[in-house]
Design a protein around this ligand. Structure first.
Ligand SMILES: NC(=O)c1ccc[n+]([C@@H]2O[C@H](COP(=O)([O-])OP(=O)(O)OC[C@H]3O[C@@H](n4cnc5c(N)ncnc54)[C@H](O)[C@@H]3O)[C@@H](O)[C@H]2O)c1
Length: 458
């Protein structure tokens, strides 16, 4: 046996290993002047890149040529950025991955949807990680903002970046996570106004992120204990909303059977100091109605069925059908059937005053009304139908007033513009006398309405 050879080889391997460990880590960039690139310029990424461009030209990277063309023409289809801020901002919009090599910090805001089987789909996140790995410079800091289940940043994204770059986290680049908490269509809580959680792979990286994000956040920063805690905090926030709204939706169904209006119950219960105010509604969109599935999937991997979270999801997915049942009941009370009737639905975006219709449960409801035999027209002057997700059921109309009178109206949500446009007389003019009016938000209640309509609110 050639002990000499084995020893020499072992020594060489040890030296290589030592060289890796001994390698001086790259210095973190200067947080105040770092050049920032944002990957994914949607609801989350666009305000961020505009904010970071204030004191240094920023890079806005997206794979959608449509999106880039719009932004270069100063058009923001999300409505999240002030038009003047967009015009005045200093952003290089690009789909060229090589441009990322110029960035000191790369922030990832790509979608994290679920599949048709409600399984997390990390393909955009992993594609972005690969692009980063193939192009970033050494010493860069990579921050993920996309909502993920705890462990994804370090266990899924980091290895992809390391493999694509040949770099090592903590030596050649640094990793962080900072969940986004923006509230679309809420002008009072824009990016700078919402306290932001930050977490780095080490306390030094966390400190760096606190300084970095202070450039765009006025409301303060919360340094989380570590990346997994920051990831879990975001998922918990959204799941808490989903579960609580599910409770209100289930209560709505039960109280309705008991002849009690749930909104009256909620108003009464809210008089107690520690009652948490939630109201029934259609839970759609790409956050609250999606993120709990990440936890359900994580639970499955850890042998926990996550019954409460799963039950809440199931209840909220049933609410559109409850509204259809309500409509059928109101027709029956008039000795009529829903079959062959013309129904007007007001509202199809997933929340009030928001253009976004992704995963809006109004579509599920409209499909069910159509399947029950009625014709459905949907009017929503706020909705952006780039994301039209209706099945067979609904006809989208631009003007409900030119049609002949409807047999029923369902109000799924109340955009400000509805309250401005639909006074009582206008609403009455849209539908025949004694038509069912299902008003999920209880926005139109009043004696005159009850006189004209067969009215229901929760
Ligand atoms: N919208 C919200 O209110 C909100 C709030 C908090 C967190 N989030 C989370 O933030 C993330 C982004 O959400 P959003 O609403 O901004 O999404 P979005 O769909 O509005 O925008 C995502 C953008 O990413 C681009 N993109 C997709 N794959 C890409 C890739 N591989 N490389 C580069 N660009 C890519 C798309 O073209 C799109 O422009 C999601 O994880 C979401 O759950 C969203």
């Amino acid at each position: 046996m050639d002990f000499g050879g084995i020893l020499a080889e072992g020594k060489a391997r040890a030296q290589t290993h030592l060289r890796v460990i001994d390698k001086e880590p790259y210095a973190l960039p200067d947080a105040m002047t770092a050049k920032v690139a944002v990957i994914g310029l949607g609801y989350v990424g666009l305000p961020l890149v505009i904010g970071f461009s204030e004191n240094r030209k920023a890079i806005g990277f997206d794979i959608s040529q449509n999106k880039l063309a719009e932004l270069r023409a100063n058009i923001d289809s999300t409505g999240e950025v002030n038009p003047s801020d967009l015009v005045e901002s200093d952003v290089h919009y690009t789909s060229n991955p090589e441009d990322l090599a110029d960035a000191d910090v790369i922030i990832v805001c790509v979608p994290t949807p679920v599949s048709s089987h409600n399984k997390p789909d990390y393909s955009p996140l992993l594609a972005a990680s690969r692009t980063i790995g193939e192009n970033m410079k050494q010493g860069a800091v990579v921050v993920f903002e996309s909502t993920v289940d705890p462990g994804t940043t370090e266990n899924k994204c980091q290895p992809v970046i390391e493999q694509a770059s040949g770099f090592k986290e903590g030596i050649d680049f640094y990793l962080g996570y900072s969940p986004e908490r923006i509230n679309p269509a809420d002008p009072t809580r824009k990016l700078p106004d919402i306290k932001k959680i930050v977490a780095g792979s080490t306390p030094l990286v966390t400190q760096f992120l606190e300084k970095l994000y202070a450039r765009v956040i006025n409301a303060g920063l919360y340094p989380a204990a570590n990346i997994k805690v920051a990831e879990a905090a975001k998922i918990l926030e959204n799941t808490q909303r989903d579960v609580n709204i599910a409770l209100m939706n289930q209560m709505m169904t039960l109280f309705d059977k008991m002849g009690i209006r749930s909104t009256d119950v909620i108003a009464a219960a809210s008089s107690k100091w520690n009652f948490h105010h939630y109201r029934p509604g259609l839970v759609g969109g790409h956050c609250i109605a999606v993120d709990p599935y990440f936890l359900i999937d994580a639970g499955r991997r850890h042998g926990l069925p996550m019954e409460l979270v799963a039950a809440a999801r199931a209840v909220n997915e049933q609410t559109p059908y409850f509204m259809v049942e309500k409509l059928e009941e109101l027709f029956e009370a008039n000795n009529q059937s829903i079959r062959g009737k013309r129904v007007l639905v007001l509202g199809r975006s997933f929340k009030e005053d928001c253009a976004d219709t992704r995963n809006s449960k109004a579509f599920k409801m409209m499909d069910a009304i159509w399947a029950a035999g009625a014709d459905v027209d949907c009017f929503d002057p706020v909705a952006d139908d780039d994301h039209f997700e209706g099945g067979r059921g609904a006809k989208i109309i631009d003007d409900p007033f030119t049609q002949e009178k409807y047999d029923a109206i369902i109000v799924t949500l109340v955009h400000k513009v509805f309250l401005e446009q639909f006074d009582i007389d206008t609403l009455k003019s849209l539908a025949k006398k004694h038509s069912p009016l299902v008003d999920l938000r209880g926005a139109f209640e009043g004696d005159e309405i009850k006189d004209h309509f067969n009215y229901w609110r929760p």
